[in-house]
Design a protein around this ligand. Structure first.
Ligand code: TPP
Ligand code: MG
Length: 328
């Protein structure tokens, strides 16, 4: 698939936006400005932007506990995201959900999720809804290597395969589930091998190379839109920080960390763009400065927002549908 220079520039900007948002979140968490748990996408920035570049606005994504990158890549609003991290009234969940529950239905973002493996089922539901409604939308399901040991993964791939649902299952294999390395939690090296059990295509790509991810995702999206069913894409990558902010990650071998840091997706892609005369170093710097200004603005916005009132703790406790049924 041809990849234009404009697309590559936009990919870089999206990756940079995630990198800067996450670095800011790490700093703000350390300063005590962000309550609750924060799981960062640092090191995995090549994946969600490349996949979401293949999507339309009316397509869906499901996310995980490590969701900031997915949400930013699908066009989530940085101000409302940051306000949610600050637990403020104007945040995406009115300050009640925090990092792990950000959703934006208008943008097809069906939600980050603290329940490992829940996204597989939500995507399968979204895929079934698309099929029943007869549209040509697709749904991307982002998930980690650890979650592929959950029953939900196997049940969802089975149903998606037999019903030919328009889903792209994107495994972000960062080689860890919390502190447990992939070699200790499953007896396979390539998660993509699991596609064979469900008779769907399974591909394994370098998850630190946005162009490789874009290529695989483009094919899978076209297949899903054409009614040919789901694909499993495994993106090999690495979680540069601990499982959550505050986890010192002493279980990660130093050589392993160093080897993956040398494959940092932002550094490599910037070098690729410069080496191939797609962007100059000055143009990269201009993008970096523009993105940093966006992040600074989001932090200033969040900081200026009010905290939720104590009374609001009992509002929106049930979903709209429950309220609606009750009022009948
Ligand atoms: C159903 C469920 N079981 C266990 C947990 C605890 N837990 C949180 S994250 C995690 C590991 C997830 O690993 P992976 O799917 O590889 O995602 P990663 O954190 O590496 O992105 C676990 C076991 C949970 N949140 N939900
Ligand atoms: Mg993992």
């Amino acid at each position: 698939m041809a990849i234009s220079n404009d697309l590559m520039k936009d990919l870089y900007a999206r990756m940079r936006r995630i990198r800067d948002f996450e670095n800011a979140a790490a700093k703000l968490f350390a300063e005590g400005k962000v309550p609750g748990f924060v799981h960062l996408y640092l090191g995995e920035e090549a994946i969600a932007p490349a996949v979401c570049k293949c999507l339309r606005d009316d397509d869906f994504i499901t996310s995980t506990h490590r969701g900031h990158g997915h949400i930013i890549a699908k066009g989530g609003d940085l101000n409302y995201m940051m306000a949610e991290l600050f637990a403020r009234e104007t945040g995406y969940c009115k300050g009640k959900g925090g990092s792990m529950h950000i959703a934006d239905r208008d943008k097809g973002i069906l939600g980050a999720n603290g329940i490992v493996g829940a996204g597989h089922c939500i995507s399968t539901g979204a895929g079934l809804s698309i099929k029943i409604r007869g549209t040509d939308q697709v749904c991307v399901c982002f998930f980690g290597d650890g979650s592929t040991n959950q029953g939900t993964f196997h049940e969802s791939l089975n149903m998606a395969s037999i019903w030919k649902l328009p889903i792209i299952f994107v495994c972000e294999n960062n080689h860890y589930g919390i502190s447990m390395s992939q070699g200790r939690h499953q007896a396979i090296k390539d998660v993509a091998d699991r596609a064979a059990a469900y008779n769907i295509p399974g591909v394994s790509v370098d998850g630190n190379d946005p162009l490789a991810v874009y290529e695989a995702a483009g094919e899978a999206v076209a297949r899903a839109r054409a009614g040919k069913g789901p694909t499993l894409i495994e993106c090999k990558t690495y979680r540069q920080h601990g499982h959550f902010e505050g986890d010192p990650a002493t279980y990660k071998p130093k050589e392993e960390q160093a080897a993956w840091m040398a494959k940092d997706p932002l550094t490599l892609f910037a070098k690729f763009l410069i080496d191939n005369s797609i962007l100059s170093a000055d143009e990269i710097q201009a993008i970096d400065e523009r993105v940093q200004a966006e992040i600074d603005e989001a932090i200033a916005f969040a900081d200026a927002q009010p905290l939720p009132t104590p009374e609001s703790a009992v509002v929106d406790v049930y979903s709209d549908i429950v309220e609606e049924v009750r009022s009948r």
